[in-house]
Ligand binder design. Structure first.
Ligand SMILES: *Cc1c(COP(=O)(O)O)cnc(C)c1O
Length: 373
């Protein structure tokens, strides 16, 4: 029998979460105008869920956004015929041919990318979004350079290198803080004032947290919320947002120990029992992507009962407290996250990180399959 650890991915949960995003925007739409369209962000292999597995759940998305050309190829091969946005655009001139073959939409974030298009051989026109650095200071043109860059992009459009869509895009550094979003939006509006073209703003946090702004945006770009994790490190949980986890990480108990007071568990002996304690050993470790930074007390569910991690996570195994699970025996099911009311975000918090990191860090050796609903 293969190792019992596995991940179950639910396209139905993803479809539900996409519907939740649209439901957030709907009440504002009368005021905001035509419906905001949704680029479903599927970078990092759909946040670790597997692009091909999630696409059936994203059938009603208006577009897909990612940054790896190989992932764009996979989307087309999987039959996605709609728009595809490359969030970081092209990396070198040779990318242009493939972008044309796949009919991709480019982000243009720096002068070098404009230059690559200006010197490209003739070919199919590509739609594009010019990126403003609205305060993240990562990618994008500075406020003062934006208009000149847009003029160059308009020139490319007139020359038939850029297609009928030439829009504007920005990314919020603090999408979860409304005041910061408003500041970035003011900067964006000043920089793009009077310029034609559609606008793309709003990651998950801004889409869910600033839904009027999101509804006024031509294209929003939610990622993490589609997978049923919260974008808010200190805000509402995924469940409170009406989201369903799209990945359940599950395993079983493969061993049991009983330790007495004063005995230690695991590498380094960092957990020392105060009383006689039954310890369960679970087939899941840091080589599977479970965070080694998770401490004693990190929540975990054994046979439907919430309990806690004990001691240090090993490469292939971890230990749990079976105190609350008197029925425990080898073979009983364990939920690491994403089912039985245990969110990936709770585990992430206990490990000092965010759900995004845990979902994208699940390693290739974890057998992953699509959940049957
Ligand atoms: C990752 C990413 C998103 C989606 O962010 P979430 O927080 O996962 O919703 C949107 N836009 C850009 C440019 C991104 O890189």
């Amino acid at each position: 029998m293969p190792r019992p650890l596995h991940a179950l991915v639910s396209p139905a949960a993803i479809a539900h979460n996409l519907a939740q995003v649209r439901a957030r925007l709907a009440p504002h739409q009368a005021q905001a105008g035509p419906s905001a369209r949704v680029w479903a962000v599927i970078k990092a292999n759909a946040y670790g869920h597997g692009i091909e597995r999630v696409l059936p759940g994203l059938a009603t998305a208006d577009g897909l956004a990612m940054l790896d050309l190989d992932e764009a190829v996979r989307c087309r091969e999987a039959g996605w015929g709609g728009p595809i946005l490359l969030l970081e655009g092209i990396f070198e001139p040779d990318d242009i041919a493939l972008c044309r073959a796949l009919d991709l939409t480019l982000v243009l974030h720096c002068a070098e990318q404009l230059r690559m298009l200006e010197t490209a051989p003739q070919g199919r026109a590509l739609d594009a979004y010019l990126k403003l650095n609205s305060g993240m200071n990562r990618l994008g043109f500075a406020d003062g350079a934006y208009r000149a860059a847009f003029e160059r992009a308009l020139g490319l459009q007139r020359a038939g290198v850029i297609g009928t869509t030439l829009g504007h895009i920005a990314h919020f550094a603090k999408g979860e803080i409304e005041g910061h979003v408003q500041e970035a939006v003011a900067r964006f509006r000043a920089a793009t004032q009077g310029l034609p073209g559609p606008v793309s703003l709003c990651n998950s946090a801004a889409t869910l947290g600033c839904s009027l702004l999101a509804a006024q945006t031509d294209w929003v770009r939610p990622g993490i919320c589609l997978y049923g994790a919260t974008p808010f490190e200190h805000g509402p949980s995924a469940a409170a947002l009406g989201l369903l986890p799209a990945m359940a990480l599950r395993s079983t108990l493969i061993g049991l120990q009983e330790v007495t007071s004063g005995e230690a568990v695991g590498y380094g002996g960092i957990f020392v029992a105060e009383d006689t304690t039954r310890v369960g050993i679970v087939a899941c470790g840091y080589a599977d992507g479970y965070p080694r930074h998770a401490l004693t007390g990190t929540p975990i569910v054994v046979d439907g009962v919430r309990t806690r991690l004990l001691g240090r996570v090993s490469m292939d195994m971890l230990a749990v407290d079976l105190g609350p699970v008197p029925q425990a025996r080898v073979g009983l099911p364990v939920t690491l996250w994403g089912a039985d009311g245990l969110s990936v975000d709770e585990v992430a918090t206990a490990a000092g990180t965010i759900g995004y990191e845990l979902l994208t860090a699940v390693t290739a050796r974890v057998k992953t399959r699509v959940a049957e609903e």
